[in-house]
Design a protein around this ligand. Structure first.
Ligand code: NDP
Length: 464
C-alpha cells in the first residue's frame, strides 16, 4: 500500500524531500504503509498548478464540468471495495460502516454534484442587474481522519463543480484513501492541475496552504483549535474560509417520545464510527418521567457494541484512530464526575480500543457534557420540561447537529429552538443534499447540496 508520489499538475511527481510518514493500522498498531511528507515547496508547486489550471476550468461550462465529475464517479465507484478496505485498515472502521458510510456516502455525494452541475442554471436578475455566480478561485482543502474520503469529496466535488481548482491535504493519519481518489481522477482524465494532492502534516503542509498568498479560499474540517489557526492565517490576506468544526450534539427525548426507539437510535448515533463523528449525539437528554428506563435501555444497547477486528462482520466498535486519540478519550473517562452505567467491557490487547461507555446523571456544565470527546462515550442528562430541555441542549459552545423525539408538532417546535445547523426529528435519515454545517464554534459555511456548491462561488452584479 506504499505510495511514493504527490499528484501535481496532472502527474504523479516525487516530493521535494525524501521524508515519509508512516501510516498505522490502529487495530493492530502495525505500520501499514508509508506516504511522502510534503513540504511548503510542494504546496507552492501544487498551488501554481491549480492557479495555471483555473482560468480554463472556470470557463468550462458547468454541464461539462458535471460530465467530468460523472467520469470521476465512475472511476471511483469501480474502487468501492478497495475504498472500504482501505478505510477499514487506516481508520479501523468496521466493515459494515466502511462499506455503507465510508465508501457509500462519498460516492453518493460525488454523483449528486455531477448531476447538479449538469442541470441548467437559471439566470438571476434584480431590477436592471444580472446576477452571476463565479468560482472563488484556487481552494485549499484540509481534511481530517474520521470520514477520510467523505470529507474530501464533500469539498472537492463541490469546488470542482463550482469551477474552482483544488489543492488537497488529507489527514496524515488516513492519507491512503485520498490516493484512491487521485487514482480515479487520473483515470477519468481530469484536466491537469484541477485537483492536486499534497499529503503531509498539518503544521507543515496544512499551515502552508492556509497561509499561501495564491490560495483564494481554505475549506477546513477538523478541530476548533486548528480551525482557529487556519482562520488567523487566512485573515492576513482576507481569504475566504469555510470551517466545519466540532460538535457536542443533544438528542432530546421528550415526554411523549417513543423512548425505546429514541434510545436505541440515539446510542447507535453516538457510537457510529467509534464515536469519532462530529455530528454524534453525545448528550442524551431525557424527560424525567422516562429517565430510569432510558438509562437502563442505553446501558444494554451499549453493551451490544462489541469491540474487535474491524474485518470481523460481528464487530460493531472499531479502535480509535491513534494512541493519542485513545489516551485523550480515556482521559475524559478517568476525569468524569458522573455515574458510570457501563464501560468496563474487555477490549483486545493490541489496538487503540475503548469500550462503549455510558455515564448517567451528568452535570450539563461538566467537562463530560461540554467537551467534544470523539470516542464511544455517551452522557445522559435528565430534564423537567421542554423549556428546560432547550436550555440544556443550547448550553454548549458548539452547534452542529441534534435530534428530537416526540409528537411531530412538539418535536418540531423544540427542534426549531435548537441553535444548531441541523436537527433530525424522530430518527429522520441523514440527507446528503441538505446543507451541512455549524452554528457557534462548530464553524461557518455549509457543505453538501446546492448550498455546498455556492460556498465556492462569488456573486457578481452586472448592471445593464
Ligand atoms: P486537527 O484539527 O488537528 O486535524 C484536522 C486537519 O488539520 C488535519 O489534516 C491536520 O493535519 C490539519 N492541521 C493540523 N494543524 C494544522 C495547522 N496548523 N494548519 C493547517 N492544518 C492543520 O484534528 P486532530 O486530528 O488533532 O483531532 C483532535 C480533535 O479534533 C478530535 O479529538 C476531535 O475532537 C476534533 N476533530 C473534529 C473533527 C470534525 O469532523 N469536526 C475531525 C477531526 C477531529 P494532520 O494530518 O497533521 O493531523
Amino acid at each position: 500500500m506504499n505510495r511514493d508520489s504527490l499528484y501535481i499538475g496532472g502527474r504523479w511527481v516525487p516530493a521535494s524531500s525524501g521524508e515519509t510518514i508512516a501510516v498505522e493500522n490502529p487495530a493492530t498498531e502495525e505500520t501499514l504503509a508509508h506516504v511522502p511528507a510534503g513540504s511548503a515547496e510542494d504546496v507552492d508547486r501544487a498551488v501554481a498548478a491549480a492557479r495555471a489550471a483555473f482560468d480554463d476550468w472556470a470557463a468550462t461550462p458547468m454541464a461539462e464540468r458535471g460530465a467530468v465529475l460523472g467520469k470521476l464517479h465512475e472511476a471511483l465507484s469501480a474502487r468501492a471495495g478497495e475504498i472500504a478496505r482501505t478505510v477499514g485498515l487506516e481508520l479501523g472502521a468496521p466493515l459494515k460502516v466502511a462499506k455503507a458510510v465510508q465508501a457509500g456516502l462519498p460516492l453518493t455525494v460525488l454523483r449528486g454534484y455531477a448531476d447538479l452541475a449538469a442541470q441548467p442554471v437559471e439566470e438571476e436578475t434584480a431590477g436592471h442587474s444580472l446576477i452571476v455566480r463565479e468560482p472563488v478561485g484556487v481552494v485549499g482543502a484540509i481534511t481530517p481522519w474520521n470520514y477520510p474520503l467523505h470529507q474530501v469529496v464533500a469539498k472537492v466535488a463541490a469546488a470542482l463543480a463550482a469551477g474552482c481548482t483544488v489543492v488537497l491535504k488529507p489527514s496524515e493519519l488516513t492519507p491512503l484513501v485520498a490516493y484512491l481518489l487521485l487514482d480515479a481522477a487520473d483515470e477519468a482524465g481530469l484536466p491537469a492541475g484541477v485537483l492536486n494532492l499534497v499529503p503531509g502534516t498539518g503544521p507543515v503542509v496544512g499551515a502552508a496552504i492556509a497561509a499561501h498568498p495564491d490560495v483564494d479560499m481554505v475549506s477546513f474540517t477538523g478541530s476548533t483549535a486548528t480551525g482557529r489557526a487556519v482562520s488567523h492565517a487566512a485573515a492576513d490576506r482576507i481569504a475566504r474560509v469555510a470551517l466545519e468544526l466540532g460538535g457536542k450534539s443533544a438528542n432530546v427525548i421528550l415526554e411523549d417520545a417513543d423512548v425505546t426507539k429514541a434510545v436505541k437510535v440515539g446510542v447507535g448515533n453516538a457510537f457510529l464510527n467509534s464515536g469519532q463523528t462530529c455530528t454524534a449525539w453525545t448528550r442524551m437528554l431525557v424527560h424525567r418521567s422516562h429517565y430510569d428506563a432510558a438509562v437502563e435501555l442505553a446501558a444494554s444497547a451499549a453493551e451490544a457494541y462489541r469491540t474487535g477486528d474491524p474485518f470481523d462482520e460481528s464487530t460493531r466498535l472499531g479502535p480509535l484512530v491513534s494512541a493519542a486519540q485513545r489516551d485523550r478519550v480515556r482521559g475524559f473517562i478517568d476525569r468524569a464526575d458522573a455515574r458510570l452505567v457501563t464501560g468496563n467491557a474487555p477490549v483486545p490487547d493490541k489496538g487503540y480500543f475503548v469500550p462503549a461507555t455510558v455515564f448517567a446523571d451528568v452535570d450539563p456544565d461538566s467537562e463530560l457534557a461540554q467537551e467534544e470527546i470523539f470516542g464511544p462515550v455517551l452522557s445522559i442528562i435528565p430534564f423537567d420540561d421542554d423549556d428546560h430541555a432547550v436550555r440544556i441542549a443550547n448550553n454548549s459552545r458548539y452547534g452542529l447537529a441534534g435530534g428530537v423525539w416526540g409528537s411531530p408538532e412538539r418535536a418540531l417546535a423544540v427542534g426549531r429552538r435548537m441553535r444548531t445547523g441541523a436537527v433530525d426529528l424522530n430518527g429522520a435519515a441523514f440527507n446528503p443534499v441538505a446543507p451541512f454545517g455549524g452554528y457557534k464554534q462548530s464553524g461557518f459555511g455549509r457543505e453538501l447540496g446546492v448550498h455546498g456548491l455556492t460556498e465556492f462561488q462569488q456573486t457578481k452584479a452586472i448592471q445593464r
